[in-house]
Design a protein around this ligand. Sequence first.
Ligand SMILES: *Cc1c(COP(=O)(O)O)cnc(C)c1O
Length: 358
Amino acid sequence: MRIHNFSAGPSTLPMEILEALQKDIVDYQGVGYSLIEASHRGKVFDGIYNETMDLLKEIMGIPAGYSPFFLGGGATLQFAMIPMNFQGNGTAYYAKTGTWSNKATDDAQKLGKVVVAFDGKDSNYSTLPDPHQLEIPQDASYFYYCSNETIGGIQWQEVPEVGNVPLIVDTSSDFLSRPIDVEKFSLIYGGVQKNLAPAGATLVIVKDEMLERCPDTLPAYLSYKTHAKAKGLYNTPPVFSIWAVNLMLKWIKKNGGLVGMQQRAEEKAALLYDLFDSSSFYRNPVDAKYRSRMNVVFRLPSEELEAKFVAEALNEGLSALKGHKSVGGCRASIYNALEKSSVETLVAFMREFERRNG
Ligand SMILES: *Cc1c(COP(=O)(O)O)cnc(C)c1O
């Protein structure tokens, strides 16, 4: 029996995609070899790759003037590549809203001048700045934020207003979970293992105008210009991960595109937040305006009860509900592929657990 998998990443995938991968893993659609044995310059992979890029452009509405490509190194490599390519002699502005944007800020500080435009530390990262009141100087190199903090369970519900300052977002844990206005951004990136596919690829979408800034002194792999020029095939791309992204994009399209994904996410999240709001047993520590639709964090009255909750849930086939070790508590990650019925099962268990322990 499949468990209900609330893992924060790598995350659950739709059963039909796992089965499609399984079916084709030995002999890809009758060609006599597996896609993971195929040359990334050959016809079979080429077909998958071009189709993936076309689907991505269609689903996200990526206009001309942007280059999408998949890189290795995880989302973490982007913490360094972004300042290496775009900070120049100017000042980059960062919003520190939790673990991931804090790590990105640390790397940028090693590489150039950084101003922290917002730091959520005093609120224990439970709130965000007003996206309309940021006041970023117009000569800033760029403004950087993380659209969804996976560990803290806090999510920007609007794109921050920064005038003409290039806007850069880490969208690893809410990638393709809602419509996005690509034209507002200079660079969008995310590791695919949270919402799209197995680990291995990081999707980067860069505005071509920005490529003029990439210093020629950078080693080839670290320059966005290299990857944009080679259309993402400068070196061997993470082929297995891209194959799975291809299947996931078709699944997203079939399930209503990004509007459909947003609807799914909101319905699932509401089940949990409604429970917290009607309970004095479960508590969500995040400012209600910024509650994440992807990673739902919650506390029980004591750490002992939290440990008991996680253990008993697992016995019921509800897996990976322990919060990240850095913050404690509990967390249910409810990415695109997680079915609403899994959240319903969780909520029923939570009500019953409260009855027994409340
Ligand atoms: C997981 C995560 C990362 C790091 O991703 P890796 O691929 O493990 O490097 C960065 N940002 C966010 C928001 C994440 O959720």
